[in-house]
Design a protein around this ligand. Sequence first.
Ligand code: PGA
Length: 248
Amino acid sequence: MARRRIIAGNWKMNMTPSQAVELVNTLKDLVVNPDVDVVYCVPAIDIVPVAEAIKGTNVQLGAENFYIEDKGAFTGEISAPMLKECGVKYIIIGHSERRDIFGENDILINQKVKKAFASGLTPILCCGESLALRKAGTYTEWIKRQITWDLTGVTADQVKELVIAYEPIWAIGTGETATADQAEEVCKMIRETIAELYDAATAEAVRIQYGGSMNAGNAAELLAKDNIDGGLIGGAALKPDFGQIVNA
Ligand code: PGA
């Protein structure tokens, strides 16, 4: 079964609302590819203007964060129903910046994955190791454990819709990319982990992205790998280069 490629931009804390609309317009003709799901995961305040700006295009909308309750006294947070009403389809969960800077642990990340599915949002679940773990050679166990914890109680049918992003922390925003072979090794291991936790059909269906300094120059080689079904792109998603990645 051929998996559909998914190229998602993670804009992080960049782009004011007017800059966001300008970027959508700059990229509009560059990101057209009928064989690829193209997603912009944007800051909360950009969601409404970006939803308007992508109308009539092939681009789908994603968010970078949400909280697990529908409403209530959670100052500063936004909920799944709020995102849904604005046309959001994808939600990044478990990004290393949320884990490391904002202290999100695997218990919360697991709750977010389940809440996203219950709300009709598709999680882009991030995992990945630090440089220390890479050097220690224990990164495989680490990532396996992240996936196992983060998917506790998630059904096989849900995992078939899931997107997993493998993002080695040492490659994020550093300009240092994992080699295509290094990325493929881990993405293959993630698929095998899904096969162990679920079954072969679920492992075959789940889409796995690579993320970490993916750019116009290295995208084609990474995306050619058997187990890499797309990319989660930070820095290069804010430039016309993103169009080259979509069409790599
Ligand atoms: P980068 O970010 O492409 O700037 O390395 C990727 C990410 O953090 O999702």
